[in-house]
Design a protein around this ligand. Structure first.
Ligand SMILES: [Fe+2]
Length: 405
């Protein structure tokens, strides 16, 4: 759709937002991450309105790709590395804070076309890619972070990933106790991550250091999972489309917000106001850690505990994802970009090298793709905001630390 047309449409009441003018001294690019919200319940639809089968390039099987890594791997050539390097050097000399990086101050005329094609494939195609040949060891953390974030600006707007305002995340074992699931974010531990999506439209992971063993990646097309469940376990799929799931916010809430969000796992896109007959694609948003950690509320009767049907559904979903998934290993200098709309991802438990060797370390980006720039029409009130999704607590200032903190 032509962006200008969308911008001129009248704003429906549910799309009003107070997020349009923010203090520039806190948010250098003038845009605040919108954060987590409950869905617009009136836009959720019952199971019988969902498609019988999903077709198209978002539905893929592991066997389509396992033996053809060249179909989803792109190795940066010398010219592209040189362009990233020179642009990163200029940016570093400019004195602009990393949180102020944008396409405008990070020109990549050579890579731009490739990145535009890739963005479309992430949003509307298979939903994943692995870049190779990003010289993290040569550049070190600071320059790598600049080049990586600069590259990311061509795919989406970076959003805050936690209550501390981290727009450059560091996936690393900080020795936090993964069994404290109502307080600890699993990305800060070495525990297994079950299949899930992150709280953004696109997630990027740049591998800076590998584990001694484990920490490998599995991804799956949630549309293939959907079709499979529709055939094998329609009862489970129906449960996953119902807004009966409470997701923990683990204390990362702004003043006056609830500590959890009631929502579904599979949604349909919001209707297109300019074209009510337009297809509404199936969108998924899931993380079992966040629905399992709410005993502190369900024990007190504030929210219902998971029902037997829900407990079974989450296990069937995990097992189905695992069975259908594509395995991937990230080497040092690899960057994985994934769609969070229609791809679910997991990682295996891992063990680090003994000190003083570096611990496994991935730099993470959460990127937003608003509707006006080709993003999905999500059934959430912030769908039209530039930095939709993410995790934002009050006016916490965005920060881009060079390492975990
Ligand atoms: Fe994740």
């Amino acid at each position: 759709m032509v962006p200008g047309l969308v911008e001129n449409l009248p704003t429906a009441p549910h799309q009003f937002s107070n997020n349009n003018s923010v203090p520039q001294d806190i948010f250098p690019d003038g845009i605040r991450t919108s954060g987590q919200h409950p869905p617009l319940y009136d836009l959720l639809v019952p199971y019988d309105k969902f498609p019988k089968q999903i077709i198209g390039p978002t539905v893929w099987k592991a066997e389509d790709y396992t033996k053809n890594p060249e179909r989803w791997t792109y190795v940066f050539n010398e010219e592209e590395v040189a362009e990233l390097s020179e642009t990163a050097d200029v940016f570093l000399q400019s004195g602009i804070p990393l949180t102020g990086i944008s396409k405008d101050n990070f020109p990549l005329p050579g890579l731009q076309r490739l990145l535009t094609t890739l963005r479309d494939d992430l949003l509307n195609g298979k939903g994943f890619i692995l870049f190779k040949g990003f010289p993290v060891k040569l550049w070190g953390n600071r320059k790598s972070a600049v080049a990586y974030m600069g590259l990311g600006t061509y795919l989406g707007y970076f959003v805050s990933q936690n209550g501390r305002g981290h727009v450059l995340g560091h996936v690393k074992d900080l020795g936090e106790d993964a069994s404290q699931i109502d307080k600890v974010r699993i990305y800060r531990t070495n525990a297994r991550q079950f299949f899930h999506a992150d709280d953004s439209d696109i997630v990027g992971l740049l591998c800076v250091a590998k584990a001694l063993e484990g920490g490998e990646s599995d991804i799956v097309s949630s549309h293939h999972v959907y079709n499979t469940l529709r055939t094998e376990r329609p009862d489970v799929l129906k449960t996953l489309t119902e807004p009966i799931w409470y997701f923990d916010r683990k204390g990362e809430t702004s003043t006056g917000e609830e500590e959890y969000i009631r929502t579904s796992v599979f949604y349909l896109e919001a209707p297109d106001p300019a074209n009510p007959a337009a297809e509404r694609r199936v969108y998924s948003k899931w993380d079992p850690y966040y629905v399992r950690s709410l005993a502190r509320f369900s024990d007190k009767g504030i929210i219902p505990p998971l029902s037997a049907a829900q407990t079974e559904a989450l296990q069937v979903l995990e097992d189905t994802c695992m069975r259908l998934s594509l395995h991937m290993v990230l080497d040092v200098g690899d960057i994985q970009f994934l769609s969070n709309e229609h791809v679910l991802h997991s990682r295996t438990e891992y063990k680090d090298y003994p000190a003083p060797a570096p611990r496994r370390h991935l730099m993470r980006l959460w990127l937003s793709t608003p509707e006006s720039e080709g993003g999905w029409r999500l059934p959430f009130k912030d769908s039209r905001e530039k930095k939709r999704g993410g995790i934002q607590v009050n006016n916490t200032k965005p920060v881009a630390p060079e390492d975990a903190e």
